[in-house]
Design a protein around this ligand. Sequence first.
Ligand SMILES: *Cc1c(COP(=O)(O)O)cnc(C)c1O
Length: 352
Amino acid sequence: MAYEVKVEKITKSKLDTIDFNNVQFGRVFSDHMLMADYYDGQWNDIKIMPYQKIPMAPATAALHYGQEIFEGIKAFRHDNGEAYIFRPRENWIRMKHSAHRMCMPEVPEDLFIEGIKQLVALDKAWIPALEGSSMYIRPFMIAMDEVVGIKPSDTYKFMIITSPVNAYYAEPIKVRVEEHYSRAARGGTGFVKNAGNYGLSLYPAMIAQKKGYKQLLWTDSAEHKYFEESGTMNIFFVIGDTIVTPPTDGTILEGVTRDSVIVLLRDKGYIVEERDISVDEVLEAYREGNLREAFGTGTAAVIAQITAIGYQDDDLNLPDIAQASISSYLMKALDEIRRGHAPDKHNWMVKV
Ligand SMILES: *Cc1c(COP(=O)(O)O)cnc(C)c1O
């Protein structure tokens, strides 16, 4: 890369203290992290170093007004021991859009991509080889000015940490249609992967969880009539022979998994419609016996099959997951490409 990366390696790996069979999502971190500092209008001091705490002033801007953006990417181990990253360039592009909306500097492509590659190469032994496992990569940027005041920061930290993970939702899930709280409004930051979008989702998600659901299904903030997305997943419905997913017009995240799923489905000849889909349309399809499948897509969960959709006081129970041929196909197809068991026709896998 165009940057000089200083590498300071750990003296003793924590690897032999980890039981890959029992890691909980996002709780175990690999030996190293990458850090870069933005000041004087450019990125400086790029280094890979042992995973460690970072000193921070109590007045650090990111802690007060939410100037923080992040990404989520996965790396996989192939049978021959080589490591591959899934579509990191898409995440770089998205982070660029996020940075723009949040008045933050862009992370140059080679710092982002080569930084991830170098970090993953160094901690390659942390990618579990188990079925359904991978390494979760979390690039993020925080505002570092020491000032309590609402203005874009002049200084930032860009960091990458990585974490070995198992399957996110091992079981199919129940989701609940949210008709009161909102996640994102038109003109807001729904398409941005920024911290603020998630803090506000905890309370409504907790209410849904108390009622026995894993996640909620957001509807539009203006009328609560149209579906948006679910937790950290985009949402798909199979109605008759058509697959429908809400459009990316500003209030939902443009998921890389969402895009990959649309490509794989169209490759197979399925009809995929990206358009507004109302709660009423799904209710009607359900009543007519035409709602065949619903599933969420995202880097963490990959494909989460949905067994029931809670709507007001009822549950729409979907047909047996064993018959959910489209989501089952997608799980298998994506897994095979990522593990190198099927041809990578779209050049999605980037070798470390
Ligand atoms: C990250 C995220 C997604 C999924 O995006 P992927 O690129 O597929 O991981 C969907 N919705 C929200 C709100 C997210 O944060």
